[in-house]
Write a protein that binds this ligand. Sequence first.
Ligand SMILES: C[S@@+](CC[C@H](N)C(=O)[O-])C[C@H]1O[C@@H](n2cnc3c(N)ncnc32)[C@H](O)[C@@H]1O
Length: 280
Amino acid sequence: MARATGVEKSSLAILLALMEKGGMLERDGKQVALSGEGRRLFPLVVLESALNHEWPLVDRMVKVLRGAPGHDYMDAETGPAFVEKYCKAMEVNANALSPRIARELRRAAVCKVVDLGGADGAMMERLFHLGAAVEGVVIDRSIMHAAFNNRFRGTDSPIQFIPADLRDVDRLAPFLGDADAVIISNVLHMMSLSCVERLVACAAGAATAGSAIYIYDLFDAGEAVFDTASIMTVDWMLQGTGFMMTTEEMALLMQNAGFEIQTRSSWPGLPGTLIIGRKQ
Ligand SMILES: C[S@@+](CC[C@H](N)C(=O)[O-])C[C@H]1O[C@@H](n2cnc3c(N)ncnc32)[C@H](O)[C@@H]1O
């Protein structure tokens, strides 16, 4: 493999060992191949690294380490080409996670779903196709609106897009009150702790009894030898959020806001954990 790709053999061995530890590769004697999960997530790795090429990563890291404030890359990189690549990367996650969320939604006979930070609606579209919702609202930044329209152009879907800043919780509350389920997937790591607390409290305040919140993210895995959150922590430091929350801390925050924790699930090959809280 080293000869075919022109890379250094010992470095390649380290990389392959890491990928095997992370569940991306399977080894059979001297043969290595992408695992089933690896094949599914590989496009995400490729797309993420393409996005990373566009950010002067080392420069930014040095600046932040020297005390410059972190900055949310979405505030700067708002061109349509960037949004298109970004949404493609997000779709890989949506495809992997949506069957798991759909199973829970169907079990709870959910009708109306609100997806906070739902990007161009990829997750919501999958949930509809999987028969897990009959009405949906996607709330995200206004720069996602065109991508949402592209995805649903020509379809007669009961999915609505609301452009809003998730930090402006007063604007969100009216859309949350009649939702059976609110999803916040891979979004909280882009926010400061006080914004996370306000958003979860807003969802709890607006929720009616029996409705649920589904929070999915890459939580700090503590003692684990290899975990994706540890790698992403650098990204989050650069954004200025410094997200390093464990599932226990997140569950406690949800409980304090008024949700009873129902389940915490994680699956091989999917890097994050889903925590479901229900309003009593
Ligand atoms: C990493 S993506 C996750 C997309 C999707 N929920 C998923 O799981 O694949 C984070 C999304 O949250 C949105 N987001 C982050 N901070 C936001 C804010 N303050 N207001 C509105 N949307 C925000 C981003 O625009 C982006 O679409």
